[in-house]
Design a protein around this ligand. Structure first.
Ligand code: KG4
Ligand code: ZN
Length: 338
């Protein structure tokens, strides 16, 4: 079969990224331009600034990738772009840019979901074999799903309220940690001990998750200590929160693996950058003799390589979009799953 080169574009939050990937797993070249330092000054992503910076930088990012790949846009087989979810203004920059490229170079346009990107980043490590269990942990998702085939999912458990990444971000905020929240909670946790007593999120044997109770417990504890004029031991509280939050992921992943005749686990989403999670999953999989795949750190944070990977099965199916494609700020990835 002829090799397929897909040019992927990602601009859903504060990274402008473009990548060219061959056959859904072989990275040819990628550029990621992060705006993190700019937003850190404001304590979080400022949507208006994010979209303006994407607009200013996206052409340069494209030129950089093409130079590194020694390719032209006319050499690729399709243009893929993250269409959802994310900041609308940021997504629109990528989507409109992708549409222009598809129109001018007469290439098929592929609308790819950001979470599909995080899942298919696993193909950069080793081709996903089906069926596999996927643990999806991001700012908007906390799921255990069986992946039966490309884009064929069965949701075993999901969050009943907050997503795990969201709870990391909120805890970072009450602890006054700088942006980005999740990675900074991890940094603080490394220097602390789990000495605060926090409630276990959903102490039962279902596969669903709940993180709002844990988040509220942290917020209440901080307020109560402030009212009593007592200092919060931030390192210890970050560590206590991270331990309870991640241990719950491990406990439920174990429950799912115990119930299933599946011997492989893939991990997806921004929270998979967390080292405590990575270590605990490695231990669990060694114990249960399950093959574990977690993308390397650079593919766990937002990048276009994963988008070009996720677009490949769409390309093979002919799942193309018209030039009327629009961006969506919210779209639950497993909406149509069983
Ligand atoms: O997958 P992702 O890009 O989220 C969405 O697109 O929704 O992941 C971003 C989330 C944020 O909530 C961020 O705080 C969290 O992943 N995150 C982490 C770490 N790195 C990113 N959470 C815990 N530990 C980390 N090292
Ligand atoms: Zn992401």
């Amino acid at each position: 079969m002829k090799d397929v080169y897909i040019l992927g574009i990602e601009s859903s939050c504060d990274e402008t990224s473009i990548s060219i990937v061959k056959n859904g797993y072989q990275e040819i070249a990628t550029t990621v331009l992060t705006q993190m330092d700019t937003h850190a000054r404001y304590g979080g992503v400022v949507p208006e600034i994010a979209s303006r910076m994407h607009t200013e930088n996206i052409t340069m990012v494209l030129e950089d990738v093409l130079n590194k790949a020694h390719m032209r846009v006319s050499d690729v087989d399709a243009i893929a772009v993250t269409y959802a979810p994310g900041l609308l203004g940021s997504l629109l920059v990528g989507v409109e840019f992708a549409k222009v490229l598809a129109f001018v170079y007469d290439k098929p346009l592929i609308a790819t979901h950001h979470i599909a990107g995080h899942i298919y980043a696993n193909n950069l490590v080793k081709k996903i074999t089906f069926p596999t269990l996927a643990l999806v942990v991001s700012g908007g998702h906390t799921e255990l799903v069986v992946m039966e085939d490309d884009y064929k999912f069965k949701v075993l458990g999901t969050t009943l309220d907050d997503a795990i990444g969201e709870s990391f971000d909120k805890v970072a905020r009450v602890l006054d940690l700088p942006y980005p929240g999740g990675p900074n909670v991890e940094k603080y946790a490394l220097k602390g001990q789990p000495t605060y007593d926090l409630p276990i999120p959903m102490n039962n044997n279902e596969l669903n998750f709940s993180y709002s109770g844990l988040k509220s417990a942290v917020i209440n504890l901080v307020h109560n200590e402030h009212q009593r004029g007592r200092e919060i031991r931030k390192y210890d509280l970050a560590c206590s929160f991270q331990t309870v939050a991640i241990d719950e992921l491990i406990r439920k992943t174990r429950l799912a693996l115990d119930q299933l005749p599946i011997k492989s686990l893939i991990v997806a989403g921004g929270v998979s950058a967390n080292n405590y999670l990575r270590e605990e999953l490695a231990k669990l999989c060694r114990e249960l003799d399950v093959e574990l795949s977690i993308p390397p750190l650079k593919y766990c944070t937002d990048n276009a390589t994963m988008i070009a990977c996720a677009a490949y099965p769409q390309y093979l199916k002919g799942d193309f979009s018209g030039l009327d494609l629009s961006a969506k700020s919210q779209a639950y990835f497993f909406e149509n799953a069983e």
